[in-house]
Ligand binder design. Structure first.
Ligand code: NAP
Length: 509
């Protein structure tokens, strides 16, 4: 006899919504969270400068019109403190906190014939009919094995494990290691405070301005008035983004028109630079080169020291890595207290530092699930089933692991995460209702079909082919695509097929 119908792991955006949906559907539910508060990724990544790079109102929840109407985001791209306040507001508004246990890290989850036996690091245990791991893709920070790191006597922080107490950088000699989306957000903020800041860069990244702004009262009113239209746009765009695709290729325009269009892109908000840029930007070398040449000109026009500017010009194509969106990043290198060091030429000199900030990324996609001690049917460990990389159906379940779901996990999303993850929570909840008192497990064939789709589509999609999306940022991790290469339309199509075929992709016992 299980203690609870649904045990959810993780109080991030996905877990909060899963708890809401499970309770609304009449299930008893408990949510376990390792952190001291709600927010998941947006709890742990509380480093100075952390903020959305998708518009706040496109990233927040859309399931409740009342919630949307009563919450006013102050900026188009909200900062971490406001995001954390919002998620706490949602939890309290829907009375979800009393089902949550904080400071509780799941260390084992074993399938026991008709339920999951779940244990936590504090020795407690739960028997749950369904286990929903809303453990996220960016939950396990990666510390590189750098000579001298262990012996360093100063303070060390990872952007993805930032402490609740503010870190005081005043009069300190600080280093930031890593120049991905997190590193380039924190650099300009630390630069303002520290005595000196050394930025250790292994590879440069193509950064463009976020172009954030406060949301004016008339914009607030328009957002409310156009809620349905907003939902329509987000639910029909391929990646859940607000910004619509352009209708032209780069060379449909003259040189002057192209330059003017790139200038417009440079001044556009957030991800518009990617999703509303020329249609062939990622697929046509010449189009990509033209955009990169434009960005190179911008970087050189901002950064005064030509040697530093040289180092800041990436060698990869735009989109090969997830591009960051920044606020004053390149400008920071014009300050006297900021130095850029090429890690490929010079190692980190720990002796000259008081504080080191590791902005070195995450064991993306599979990291958290791999550390949860999941053992499925016939005693098979999830880590063995996924030894060559994840195999999933819809990015939410895997064969041999009955009554286990992981919305927002590997193969789940590729774009505006909360939109995809919300779709998946809705699907999981419908599936729990459909299952009732039975046990449900995806078939090996359905799992193979989705995994093959992901792997095949990844071959023709050059977006993010370097780094975390293929797991290549973690030494020894198998090179497999970890996003949903088919995008949101493919997810919708397959979910509809599951329902139309009365769950033929699953066995129910
Ligand atoms: P990341 O994109 O993986 O970047 C890690 C950085 O650390 C890279 O510059 C990498 O260099 C460097 N690095 C890794 N291993 C290293 C080593 N052994 N020695 C030296 N440098 C090393 O990680 P992230 O910046 O934390 O971003 C992760 C993801 O979080 C993003 O892609 C995005 O999805 C998300 N994010 C989102 C936001 C937002 O929405 N606003 C903000 C921050 C992060 P190489 O490039 O050479 O590998």
């Amino acid at each position: 006899m299980a203690d609870v119908d649904v045990l959810i792991v993780g109080a991030g955006i996905t877990g909060i919504y899963q708890l809401y949906r499970a309770r609304e559907a009449g299930f008893s539910a408990v949510l376990l969270e390792a952190g001291a508060g709600v927010g998941g990724t947006w709890f742990w990544n509380r480093y100075p400068g952390a903020r959305f790079d998708s518009e706040s109102y496109t990233y927040g929840y859309l399931f409740s019109r009342e919630l949307f109407d009563e919450w006013e985001w102050s900026e188009h791209f909200a900062g971490q403190p406001e995001i954390e306040r919002y998620l706490n507001h949602v939890v309290d508004r829907f009375d979800l906190r009393r089902a949550m246990e904080f400071g509780t890290r799941v260390t084992a989850a074993v399938w026991s014939g008709d339920h999951w036996a779940v244990s936590a690091d504090d020795g407690r245990g739960w028997d749950a009919r369904f286990l929903v791991a809303a453990t996220g893709v960016l939950s396990v920070p990666y510390f590189p094995d750098v000579p001298g790191r262990d012996a360093f006597a100063g303070e060390q922080y990872h952007t993805g494990l930032w402490p609740s107490e503010p870190v005081d950088f005043r009069d300190q000699r600080v280093a930031v290691v890593g120049t991905g989306s997190s590193g380039v957000q924190i650099v300009p903020v630390i630069a303002e405070e520290a005595a000196s800041l050394t930025v250790y860069q292994r590879s440069a990244n193509w950064c463009t301005p976020l172009n954030n702004a406060p949301i004016r009262p008339d914009e607030q009113r328009a957002l409310r008035a156009e809620f349905d239209a907003l939902c329509h746009v987000l639910n029909t765009s391929a990646a859940g983004f607000l910004h619509q695709p352009h209708d032209r290729g780069a060379f449909d325009d003259s040189d002057e028109e192209r330059l003017a269009f790139f200038e417009k892109m440079w001044h556009s908000p957030g991800f518009a630079k990617l999703s509303s840029n020329y249609l062939d930007l990622l697929f046509n070398d010449a189009a990509n080169d033209a955009w990169c040449a434009f960005l190179e000109g911008k970087i050189r026009s901002i950064v005064r020291d030509p040697v530093t500017a040289d180092k800041l010009i990436p060698t990869h194509r735009y989109g090969q890595k997830r591009p960051p969106f920044v606020n004053g990043y390149y400008e920071a290198f014009n300050r006297d207290n900021v130095t850029l060091v090429d890690l490929r030429a010079s190692p980190i000199v720990f002796d000259d530092l008081d504080i080191v900030v590791w902005a070195t990324g995450f064991d993306f996609g599979t990291g958290a699930l791999a550390r949860m001690g999941v053992v499925g049917r016939d005693g098979v460990a999830l880590n063995d089933h996924w030894a060559d990389g994840p195999q999933t159906f819809l990015g939410v379940c895997t064969a041999g692991f009955p009554n286990l779901f992981f919305p927002g996990g590997p193969h789940a999303a590729a774009g505006n995460n909360p939109r995809y993850n919300g779709d998946q929570v809705d699907f999981v909840t419908d599936t729990l209702i459909h299952t009732g008192d039975r046990v449900i497990e995806v078939t090996a064939e359905a799992e193979q079909r989705w995994t093959d789709m992901v792997d095949r589509a990844a071959q023709t999609n050059p977006f993010g082919e370097l780094g975390q999306y293929f797991g290549t940022n973690i030494p020894g991790k198998p090179r497999r695509y970890l996003l949903n290469a088919g995008g949101r339309p493919k997810l919708f199509k397959e979910i509809a097929r599951v329902k139309d075929t009365d769950y033929a992709a699953f066995t129910l016992l």
